[in-house]
Design a protein around this ligand. Structure first.
Ligand code: GTP
Ligand code: MG
Length: 242
C-alpha cells in the first residue's frame, strides 16, 4: 500500500571505469518499503557497489534501477539524494562536535532530534558519558572512538534526515551481537515505513530480514528468507557454516 521507496534492480550490469570486466552482472531484485532487504556475500562480491549505484555515485552499464517505478536517471540528483540515507562502510566523521557530526546533512536539526537519533542508534549512553555530551568535540575525526561507536554515530546521522530509503553498508559489523540486535529492532520501529537495505557479512545480522540476497562474484546467487536459503542455497549454507 505504500509507494514510497520501492527499489527495483532490473538486469543491472556495471563496470568500473577502465576495468576489464563488469563487477556486477545482470543483478535483479526488489526492495520494498516497510521491509528489510539484506545483502550478504563474501568480500569483493559487489555489495558496496550495489548500494552505491542507488544514489548514482556511478551509472549502470546496462539494465535499470527504478525507484517507485521511475528510472533513477530521470530523477533530479538533489531529489534522489534527499530520499536516501546512505551509511558508508567507513564512517566519515569530522573534527567537530558530536552535534555537528550528527546534524551533517540537516543543519537545522534540533537537539531533540539529535537525541532521538542517538537513542535509536544506541549511541546515547556513550555520548552522555563524555563531559559535554553532544557538544563534546570529536578529536581528529573520531580517533578516540571505537569502531562500533563510529558506526552508531554514522547511523544516527542518517536517521536525523528521515529519508525514505536507508542503505547500511556493513554498519553493524563492529557491534556485539546484542547491541546489533537491539539497534536493528529500534531502527525497524523508528523507520517502519522506510525501505531498509542492510549489507552484512554475518548471518546473525541478516537472519530476520524479509528478504536476503546472496551475492557471489557480482551475481545474484539466490534470494529468499533465511529459512529458504538455508534449505536450498549452497553459497548461503557455506556462509552459515563458516
Ligand atoms: P567487502 O566490503 O570487502 O565485503 O566487499 P564488497 O562486497 O562490498 O565489494 P565491492 O563492491 O567493494 O567490490 C566489488 C569489486 O569491485 C571488487 O573486485 C573490487 O576490487 C572492485 N572495486 C571496488 N571499488 C572499485 C573502484 O573504485 N574501481 C575499480 N576499478 N574497482 C573497484
Ligand atoms: Mg563493501
Amino acid at each position: 500500500e505504500h509507494n514510497h521507496g520501492r527499489i527495483e534492480f532490473k538486469d543491472v550490469t556495471f563496470r568500473y571505469e577502465g576495468a576489464e570486466k563488469p563487477v556486477l552482472k545482470k543483478i535483479s531484485f526488489t526492495a520494498m518499503p516497510g521491509e528489510t532487504t539484506a545483502i550478504i556475500g563474501s568480500t569483493g562480491s559487489g555489495k558496496t557497489t550495489v548500494l552505491q549505484l542507488i544514489p548514482r555515485f556511478y551509472d549502470v552499464e546496462s539494465g535499470e534501477i527504478l525507484i517507485d517505478g521511475q528510472d533513477i536517471k530521470n530523477i533530479k540528483q538533489s531529489t534522489l539524494r534527499s530520499k536516501i540515507g546512505y551509511v558508508p562502510q567507513k564512517a566519515s566523521l569530522f573534527s567537530g562536535t558530536i552535534f555537528e557530526n550528527i546534524a551533517f546533512g540537516k543543519e537545522d536539526a534540533t537537539e531533540e532530534e539529535i537525541y532521538t537519533a542517538l537513542k535509536t542508534a544506541q549511541a546515547f549512553d556513550f555520548v552522555e558519558k563524555r563531559g559535554k555530551g553532544i557538544h563534546s568535540t570529536l578529536e581528529q575525526a573520531g580517533v578516540n572512538l571505537s569502531g562500533g561507536q563510529k558506526q552508531r554515530l554514522s547511523i544516527a546521522r542518517s536517521l536525523v534526515r528521515k529519508p525514505q530509503i536507508y542503505l547500511f553498508d556493513d554498519s553493524f559489523s563492529a557491534l556485539d551481537y546484542k547491541t546489533d540486535r537491539i539497534l536493528r529492532d529500534a531502527l525497524k520501529s523508528e523507520t517502519a515505513e522506510a525501505t531498509l537495505i542492510i549489507v552484512a557479512q554475518r548471518v546473525n545480522t541478516v537472519k530476520d530480514a524479509e528478504k536476503i540476497i546472496v551475492l557471489n562474484e557480482g551475481e545474484v546467487a539466490g534470494i529468499g528468507t533465511h529459512a529458504e536459503l538455508l534449505e536450498n542455497n549452497k553459497i548461503y549454507q557455506e556462509i552459515v557454516a563458516s
